[in-house]
Ligand binder design. Sequence first.
Ligand SMILES: Nc1ncnc2c1ncn2[C@@H]1O[C@H](COP(=O)(O)OP(=O)(O)OP(=O)(O)O)[C@@H](O)[C@H]1O
Ligand SMILES: [Mg+2]
Length: 351
Amino acid sequence: MEEEKLETRGNPEPERKDPREKVIVLKNVKKIYHMGKERVHAVDGVSFEIYRGEFCCLLGTSGSGKSTLLNLMAGIEKASGGEILIKGKSVRAMSENTLAKFRQKNLGFVFQSYNLIASMNAVENVEFPLVFKRVPPKRRRALAEQMLRQVGLADRMQHLPKEMSGGQQQRVGIARAFVARPEIVFADEPTGNLDTKTTMEVMDLIHAMARRNRQTIVMVTHDPRLAEYADKIINILDGKIQSVEVRRSAEEIEAECQEEIRKYQEEKQRRKELRMQKMKNLRDSMKTGRKKKANAKEDAAAEPAADEENTVLGTAVTEILDEETAIEEALKKETEAIEEKAVTEVSEKDE
Ligand SMILES: Nc1ncnc2c1ncn2[C@@H]1O[C@H](COP(=O)(O)OP(=O)(O)OP(=O)(O)O)[C@@H](O)[C@H]1O
Ligand SMILES: [Mg+2]
C-alpha cells in the first residue's frame, strides 16, 4: 500500500544517503616534523571518513606515515594543520584534560609491543582501563575475567606478561582494549611481533570482537594480506592517500555483525550448558558421596548384628560338628556291637 502511494505520487527516487554515523572525519590533515632545518611531511594533506562499525585498514610501506596518522587521530600527537573530528568533536580543540577523558571513554588501543604492565598479571592488566572509568572492584574483576575467557585465556588469568607467549600477551592486550567497550579501537601493527598462525588467530579475534559489539576499528599494517579483513582499505604513500578501497557495504557489515552475535550467543549458551552439566555432575557426585557415607554408617551400625549372626552361625556349626561326632560314635558303637555279636556266634559254633 505504502509503495503504491509513493509510486502514484510520482516522486523521483531520493538520493540514498548512508545513514551511518561518520565516527572519524579527517580534513586535509598535516603533520610536519622539524629536524633542524629540515622539515619532514609525515602526513601531507590527508582527508577521509570512517563510518561507525567499519573495520578500516591504513595500509602502507615503512615510513609512509601510518603510525603518525593513527597518533593524530587518537590525540596522542597534535596535527600541524587540518581538522580531525572523532564522534563529531574536534580533537585539536580539546584541552589535554578533556582529551584524556575523551580517550578513556571512547577509545581503545592495541599496540605492536603489547604494552602490558610487567608487574601486573593478566586479569589486573585487563582491569586497568576500568579503574579510570571508576567501575567498582568486584564488577571490574568480573568483566576482566569474562574478557579473558572470551580471548581464550581462562587458564592464564594469574600469569604475569613474562610468563606468557607473545600471542597470549597480545590476547591480553586485545582483552584490555575491548573490556571497556570503547566505540573505536586503534591498533598499530597488532600482529607485528607474531608468527603467521598466531597473526591469523589474533586478527580473527579482533575482527570477531569488533563485530560482536559493532565497534569501529582503525588498524595500521604494512601487510596486504591483513588488509583482507578490512571493510575499507586506505592506501598511504609518503604521507598522502593513494587510494581508498571500500570492500564491504553497510548491509554486508551488518550481516556479519549479526552472524557474529549469533555465533557468540550460541557459544555462550554452550558454555552455560557445560557449566550446568558440570554443576549437575558435582551435585550427583556429592549425592553419591553422601549415600556412600550413609551406607558406611549403616554398615557400622549393623556390625553388632553381624557379630550376633556369626555367633549363631558358629553355634550352629559347632552343633553340626557335635552331631556328626555323635553319629560317628554311634556308628562305631554299632559296628563294635555287630563285630562282638559275630565273634560270640562264631565261638559258640566252635564250641
Ligand atoms: N618524532 C619524529 N620526528 C621526526 N620525524 C619523524 C618522527 N616520527 C616519525 N617521523 C618520520 O615521519 C615519517 C612517517 O613515520 P611513521 O612512523 O608514521 O611511519 P610508519 O608508516 O608508521 O612506518 P613503519 O611501518 O615503519 O612503522 C617517517 O619518515 C619518519 O622518519
Ligand atoms: Mg609505524
